[in-house]
Design a binder for this molecule. Structure first.
Ligand code: SAH
Length: 222
């Protein structure tokens, strides 16, 4: 293993990540492939970085934390909302049977698809689409990971989970003194990562940690 991957492994352990399959997936996924020329020297650092279309690639320790918190197994069919660079998708691909990933920006969708091809990740199916609608043709899913901040728990997505299935999503904290935040204000609002469990009737919800994500926006980008 090269030095950069070893250093990232150390940073992840320091951040409290000890899950062997997740650590292995993080160390074998070349994050430099997922960021532009400008950020190559930072690619393996534990920090979020800008990608095209005003979006971000998440910090590796958060990608790892979410991969552990979603309790993904090799048998699982996973839906990801917000492909972005495709980095989180690639990590999930090593942990589960198949990942379906949706992105609303055509440029990001195409870049990510090319990266999956380069890396030979043949268990990823990605599509340009509105993640708020989910992927009904492929439902139900064992797991759903949303990597953009929602205002409320999207019912459409809960309905595409198997009973007992889990969904992880960043939710904007409601501020009772303010009306619903405009889309871009949401990125700077306080957000909580929430884990939803689908029950026979309805769902359960646990709050995990504070996070910062770009907003989940309805519709395909123009
Ligand atoms: N997991 C990504 C981080 C993505 S940032 C990575 O590792 O790089 C969040 C992404 O969600 C952005 O690319 C944004 O365009 C996308 N997004 C926001 N709303 C969406 C929606 N309704 N459907 C699909 N993708 C969406």
């Amino acid at each position: 293993m090269d030095e950069q991957a070893a250093r990232l492994g150390l940073a992840l352990r320091q951040a409290g990540i000890f899950d062997p399959p997740v650590l292995a997936a993080m160390q074998k996924t070349p994050r430099n492939l997922f960021v532009s020329e400008t950020y190559q020297t930072h690619a393996w650092h534990d920090e979020a970085l800008p990608i095209d279309c005003n979006q971000t690639i998440s910090q590796p320790s958060l990608v790892a934390y979410m991969s552990v918190a979603l309790k993904v197994s090799k048998r699982d069919k996973v839906l990801e909302i917000g492909t972005g660079s495709g980095y989180q998708t690639a990590i999930l691909a090593h942990l589960c049977r198949r990942v379906y990933s949706l992105e609303r920006h055509s440029i990001l969708y195409k870049q990510a698809r090319a990266r999956f091809h380069t890396l030979g990740l043949s268990n990823i199916t990605s599509m340009l689409g509105d993640g708020l609608k989910g992927w009904p043709q492929q439902a139900p899913f064992d797991r759903i990971m949303v990597t953009a901040a929602a205002e409320t728990i999207p019912e459409e997505l809960v309905n595409q989970l198997k009973i007992g299935g889990l969904m992880l999503l960043p939710l904007v904290e409601k501020n009772p003194t303010q009306p619903i935040a405009p889309e871009w204000d949401r990125a700077y609002a306080i957000q909580k990562l929430v884990r939803v469990t689908r029950l026979e009737q309805g769902f359960d919800c646990e709050e995990l940690i504070a996070v910062q994500f770009v907003p989940l926006i309805a519709g395909i980008a123009k």
